[in-house]
Design a protein around this ligand. Structure first.
Ligand code: AMP
Length: 303
């Protein structure tokens, strides 16, 4: 099996972007999926976020699209050729960011559309022409219905985090989107599990797919140290603050099981003088992006 990116004979523009990312060897999903996608086969991949799967599908798709690459400013010369669908705005944003990095030395354009944001700037960008469109299903349908994008030249479709898309109830939206696409195309489906529903989805939309499975879904990265504390409800905040203080953690994610609990805990930590921001479903998309950005920039310590 190929392990090094140089063995893939990617175009120099793509190779340069990969080299700049500092990747030395391919991750298991990349080593298995990239050659298969380069051959034009459909793929059913069991892989989670963190395994390098974004590059596993993006690099070969960009490579295959290089034959269409052009510097023309005409929108007609930049039709949507690859569609990447994800369940959440955050994931879509994250994947789109990676696609931009890998495509940065090519003339292939990419962009992201997701809900909760004004349609107008997205529409303006779509109309200029874009080869790789990363989207959440609901907002993509809004754009299709408004005739903001033409999908009759789509050659590649990626259904990423497909199990989560089904959990959220996106199946009818996915079926509608797929019905607008050319039948002759490459379809890649990634999912943490291959449930009966996922297999059914694959059965309907994939042609003779190659199945690729990497590290089981519940495997933890070897760099993660795990501790378990048994505490009563009333003591949780105190224990959390103690752990943060004692371990001298600079930045931390704290996961909470409800929106209200999340908002309350954030307020309480803020009162203690800790730079905290909360991220939950009652926040607007703009607030969510700002919170993530503040955490990334380091202006906030606890998310
Ligand atoms: P993903 O699973 O696609 O979300 O990727 C997880 C992270 O791994 C991202 O930050 C990538 O930049 C990084 N990554 C992807 N491929 C490689 C590689 N071959 N070597 C090192 N890091 C990688």
């Amino acid at each position: 099996m190929t392990q090094s990116f140089s063995e893939l004979s990617l175009s120099p523009a793509i190779e340069r972007a990969v080299a700049e990312m500092g990747y030395e060897t391919m991750t298991p999903i990349q080593a298995q999926a990239i050659p298969v996608v380069l051959q034009g086969r459909d793929v059913m991949g069991a892989a989670q976020t963190g395994t390098g799967k974004t590059a596993a599908f993006t690099l070969p798709l960009l490579q295959r699209m290089m034959k269409h690459e052009n510097a023309s400013t005409s929108p007609a010369r930049h039709p949507v050729r690859a569609l990447v669908l994800l369940p959440t705005r955050e994931l879509a944003d994250q994947v789109a960011e990676q696609v931009k990095l890998y495509a940065k030395y090519t003339n292939l354009r990419s962009m992201v559309v997701f809900g909760g944001m004004d349609m107008k700037p997205q529409t303006a960008e779509l109309k200029k022409g874009v080869e790789v469109l990363v989207a959440t299903p609901g907002r993509l349908l809004d754009h299709i219905e408004a005739k903001n994008c033409v999908l009759n030249q789509v050659e590649y479709v990626v259904l990423d985090e497909a199990d989560r898309m089904l959990d959220i109830g996106f199946l009818p939206d996915l079926q509608r989107i797929l019905s607008y696409l050319p039948k002759q195309r490459t379809t890649l489906l990634f999912s943490a599990t291959f449930s009966t529903e996922i297999k059914r989805l694959a059965g309907s939309y994939l042609q003779d797919p190659v199945t690729i499975e990497v590290a089981r879904s519940n495997a933890t990265a070897s760099t993660v140290e795990q501790h378990f504390y048994s505490v009563g409800d009333d003591d949780k905040r105190i224990v959390l603050k103690k752990i943060l203080a004692e371990r001298g953690l600079k930045q931390a994610f704290v996961f909470v099981n409800s929106k209200l609990g999340c908002a309350r805990l954030a307020r309480s930590l803020e009162h203690e003088g800790l730079k905290t921001t909360a991220l939950h479903g009652d926040k607007s998309q703009d607030e969510r992006l700002k919170a993530l950005d503040a955490f990334k920039q380091g202006t906030v310590d606890l998310l």
